[in-house]
Design a protein around this ligand. Structure first.
Ligand SMILES: *[C@@H]1O[C@H](CO)[C@@H](O)[C@H](O)[C@H]1NC(C)=O
Length: 331
């Protein structure tokens, strides 16, 4: 027994490195991570992204010229805790100025719809007057499967970890102004994000549904989107490529608006200036009331748990940066 075990160890080591060498994984992984100066925890996700980028080239646009001037219906399937309330306030300002209608869906909580409701949703959105923007917290909907014309999608995301931290405290303390709901017990409210992560509480659990929310929003209504998997990630990316004119990142909100203005002026002309005028008033009120900064250790653990969403986020960020470059937008 003993000699067999010790004999198999070197063999295992050799075959491991041989495998790494032949696929080039080991080499590329470190070369890319080093050249891009990415901090340790994110390396492996960036690596796979870089590989996919090489395989598929830069052809990730439905319209290479980023011109959506002819679009008359936009669907903003907004993610929670990604600045979408600020966006709503802004679109309300813009609708009079740019003469379009803005439909705000008041129903929350139904992000995946059963077949019958999905069909009704598609028919309802299809019948809305144009030009219009429709917003709802809903997973991507494929209108074509119901024989209807697909609206043009937009969305706004943020770093998955920051989104989770914001969501965690929002559930406890609400916003700075208004909406101060008691959503948790006293005991739960006292738990910090660190407690949650380090004790594997359900809200921060590795296998919890919240570890791939971003992926679900772009993946859609199908059953493959209900479990975290590489297939769900790929489907999400494919939908972004084909159906989203712009997906911005909250960390670069100002340039998100500038991109929208260029890509769809019929809706977003003046968006940047309008936001500047009202930003001091709005954004403060929309912030989550209390946020206790988590330790680096729990941030690290949570980044690993959110690795599915980070794949989609990194893709979105890279695509957004490319779009900015192509449109000559700097900040
Ligand atoms: C941009 O490309 C689309 C098709 O991808 C085309 O319909 C449209 O006319 C083009 N717009 C401009 C301004 O070139």
């Amino acid at each position: 027994m003993k000699s067999a075990a010790t004999g198999s160890v070197p063999l295992l080591v050799i075959s491991f490195f041989a495998g790494m060498w032949t696929t080039g994984v080991y080499y590329n992984y470190y070369r890319e991570a080093a050249s891009e100066g990415i901090p340790e925890p994110q390396r492996k996700w960036r690596h796979s992204e870089a590989q996919i980028r090489r395989q598929q080239g830069l052809d990730i646009w439905a319209r290479r010229n980023h011109s959506y001037h002819d679009v008359t219906k936009v669907l903003y399937n907004r993610l929670p805790k990604c600045g979408s309330n600020t966006m709503k306030v802004l679109i309300r300002e813009l609708k009079n100025r740019n003469r379009f209608q803005f439909f705000e869906d008041k129903e929350y909580g139904m992000k995946a719809l059963p077949e019958k409701l999905l069909r009704q949703f598609v028919q309802m959105v299809d019948k809305l007057p144009r030009p219009s923007i429709y917003e709802k917290h809903i997973y991507y909907v494929d209108f074509q499967t119901f024989g209807k014309q697909q609206p043009t999608y937009i969305n706004l995301v943020r770093d998955p970890l920051e989104r989770r931290i914001s969501g965690y405290y929002y559930m406890r303390f609400g916003r700075i102004e208004g909406n101060q709901k008691e959503k948790r017990t006293e005991e739960e409210r006292a738990q910090t994000f660190d407690d949650c992560v380090l004790n594997n509480m359900w809200e921060c659990d590795e296998f919890g549904p919240k570890t791939f929310t971003m992926t679900q929003f772009f993946c859609g209504q199908e059953s493959i989107c209900m479990e975290p998997s590489q297939m769900a990630v790929e489907r999400a990316k494919e939908n972004i490529r084909r159906h989203y004119a712009v997906v911005g990142v909250l960390e670069e909100f100002s340039s998100f608006l500038k991109v929208l203005e260029v890509v769809m002026p019929q809706f977003f002309r003046g968006a940047h200036d309008t936001w500047r005028e009202t930003e001091s008033k709005q954004m403060e009120h929309q912030k989550t009331a209390i946020k206790i900064p988590p330790s680096e250790k729990s941030r690290e653990i949570m980044r690993q748990r959110l690795h599915v969403d980070y794949q989609v986020y990194d893709f979105i960020k890279e695509r957004f940066h490319m779009q900015k470059t192509q449109l000559g937008i700097k900040d």
